[in-house]
Design a protein. Structure first.
Length: 156
């Protein structure tokens, strides 16, 4: 199973190929705009700004799978992320991370880690060339010191 065989469409209608990220550390997050954890968008952006020059790529995958907390269209999601949090990292089109028609990337991540997202803002941290994949739930703040230490370790 090779996560770099995946592609995704962004909310702004660009196609992104995961092969472009093969030498980067990836933080893949299932998100929702109307969730109690939505404030993490700002923390994800802060993390991205801090480490993008060192090779961190944050990618949000909006999903309505949990509590119907992402009811908007792709345009509405992109506008919300831009206007409320000034997000500069890629945001995919709305997708299913656990339900019917599951996004193939999430199917791969679940197989690799044995961990399935159980709410919004669950995170998969993928090392360069996918040699390390770790799962973190919504309780892990993206700017938590121990979490950032793991990212720094993977970036070095």
């Amino acid at each position: 199973m090779n996560i770099y065989q995946n592609t995704f469409q962004t909310a702004t209608n660009q196609t992104i190929d995961f092969q472009d990220f093969e030498n980067n550390v990836l933080l893949i997050v299932n998100t929702a705009s109307q969730c109690g954890w939505t404030w993490q968008y700002q923390e994800l952006e802060n993390l991205y700004q801090k480490y993008k020059s060192k090779g961190l790529v944050v990618i949000a995958f909006p999903s309505n799978d949990f509590g119907n907390q992402e009811p908007g269209t792709d345009d509405q999601i992109a506008e919300f992320c831009s206007s409320k949090y000034n997000i500069s990292f890629p945001i995919s089109t709305k997708t299913n991370v656990v339900s019917e028609n599951q996004n193939p990337l999430f199917a791969d991540l679940i197989k690799i880690t044995g961990e399935t997202p159980h709410w919004n803002f669950n995170k998969y941290l993928v090392g360069k060339n996918a040699e390390v994949v770790k799962f973190f739930d919504q309780n892990t703040n993206p700017t938590d010191e121990l979490f950032m230490e793991q990212i720094e370790s993977l970036l070095s």
